[in-house]
Design a protein around this ligand. Sequence first.
Ligand code: PRX
Length: 649
Amino acid sequence: MSDQTIETHFVEDRRYPPPLEFAAQANAQPEIYERDFEEFWESEGRERVSWIEPFTKLYEWELPYAKWYLGGTLNVSYNCVDRHVEEGRGERVAYHWEGEPGDTRTITYAELQREVVRFANALKELGVEKGTPVAIYLGMLPELAIAMLACTRLGAPHTVVFGGFSADSLSGRMVDMGCEVLVTQDEAWRRGSTVPLKRTADEAMAAAPKVRRSLVIRRTGNEVRMQEGRDAWLHELDLPDDPASCPPEPMDAEDLLFLMYTSGTTAKPKGIAHTTGGYLVGVAATHRYIFDLKPETDVFWCAADIGWITGHSYIVYGPLCNGATSVLYEGTPDFPDKDRWWSIVERYGVTILYTAPTAIRAHMKWGPEYAQGHDLSSLRLLGTVGEPINPEAWMWYREHVGGDRCPVVDTWWQTETGMALITPLPGVTTTKPGSATKPFPGVDVGVFNEAGEEVGPGGGGYLVLKRPWPAMTRGIFGDDARFRETYWSKYPGVYFAGDGARIDEDGDFWLLGRVDDVMNVSGHRISTIEVESALVDHPRVAEAAVCGRNDALTGQAIVAYVTLKGGDDGSLEMLDELRNHVAGKIGAIAKPANIVFTPELPKTRSGKIMRRLLRDVAENRPLGDTTTLADPTVVNEISQRASADASDD
Ligand code: PRX
């Protein structure tokens, strides 16, 4: 990371103390920060979760691997569903589901229990048992949450693959995890069109020979190909749904719960492992305190996709463990119109909304009138996640969505951390637009300089985590060396998050974005190398270099520099073809926003592509030191081409 990345860019002196009424009733009171780390997580371990066998030891840390709640056994579906029914909460709504075309479904905890049991029985019929890895490739249907819970009931670890990913991405994950069964749907809805999930799943299964069965959910009802002996429709199976027909499997606290694949700095996504006990306690505790959840009265809406970690932790496991009522929405914010979100907030009386800065910036661009046309007075708390939030977006959210009365919590975390780690507590913390403020109670965060010294208030550097927390990843599936190298090799004994951060004079944290070759586009992590590999996979491409440039809407946008074979200069057709090629290899989220064709790429004398220079070109910055380049004229040529491209727009 260059020093320039960790400089602070502005002075922010706006302060928002918690409103008095909010503070008086909040789940988290100021003393929470005084609590002893071990005492805090022990009592959370007992309070949030029902154990079959209680844990006998809080945690164990053999660097870099931690274990939590040792000796404890539990079942996640029991905690998220059955116990609420047993304790008289069966009639409470678990999900208000709203489909993209406007169809709706209300699912109580009692109904959820029957659905989960039925689904688990379906999986059993397909041969799933404790330990069988299951892939789930679905849009935002209630069946997505149900399928996950059904897996946990049987003790089968799952990997959910976001419905926008390509066949290659899906098969790569299924092969890596060794999945034997795939859950998918005929087609998904997206902006009034259909997305052929089953067709993509067929392609993926052809490349993942271990997958022997698939369970298909009917959504659009259009015809899809079903392979005799392999594919089964869920609705055609006649299955019992009484809980006794499929009792929850007791699982060890450290049994694998799921893998969530995420991009790193190589072409191969990493299977981030989360286990049963620590993850569930971590997401339930953070959900309760950060969102001040009152399960009897709140309507919680995390407007993410369950295909990412945010949805796992704060649409499925955290909220259901806490017995919350949530909104589950299938569609996009602007379909059929740009007020769709606000009509959902009004209709279901949403009290807590959690979304990403990129979505807020999209609403900002469309204008406040869409929000103003609806009664948003039910809202009492707002949250954001996924990327640094710029103060203007924070202020807009507070004013136009929160009516200047709702606290805003900017939560920093990662797929690897499992749960939010740096965040305000809404009844306690004085917030500042753009700051994620303080470590969650019991979490120990530091900022280190290049030399590995901790910087104090006023300093900037690299974000590190100095002590384990319950929901921390238990590693990269099947790749211990990569786990150690990526997170634990920069500084001995601490977790290196890959983010730059600054601490201000009050001890508040300001996150400054990634410091590695990972881009953040609309809150999604995408590896530069993964996009480069997808480009080079095209038969006409000789070489490619990819970087992120700042973008007012998406945070970062992907820029690719491509050298074609045989001195070909490129064309608009080629540009389209390459963008689609990347979408086909990875998924539409990885499509480059710009492609610059260039006869050569800037390389150091040892042959390394200089992405820093390419970022400078992409962001029209003056080019810094080019003396290490093998051929300095290459960059001038590229910047001329890049600016010629820009003036063509
Ligand atoms: O760079 C940080 C950014 O998102 C990365 C983690 O991405 P992912 O694993 O996909 O998880 C996203 C949702 C938890 C981090 O390394 N990030 C996430 N939240 C914030 C953030 N950057 C700044 N502020 C945040 N609140």
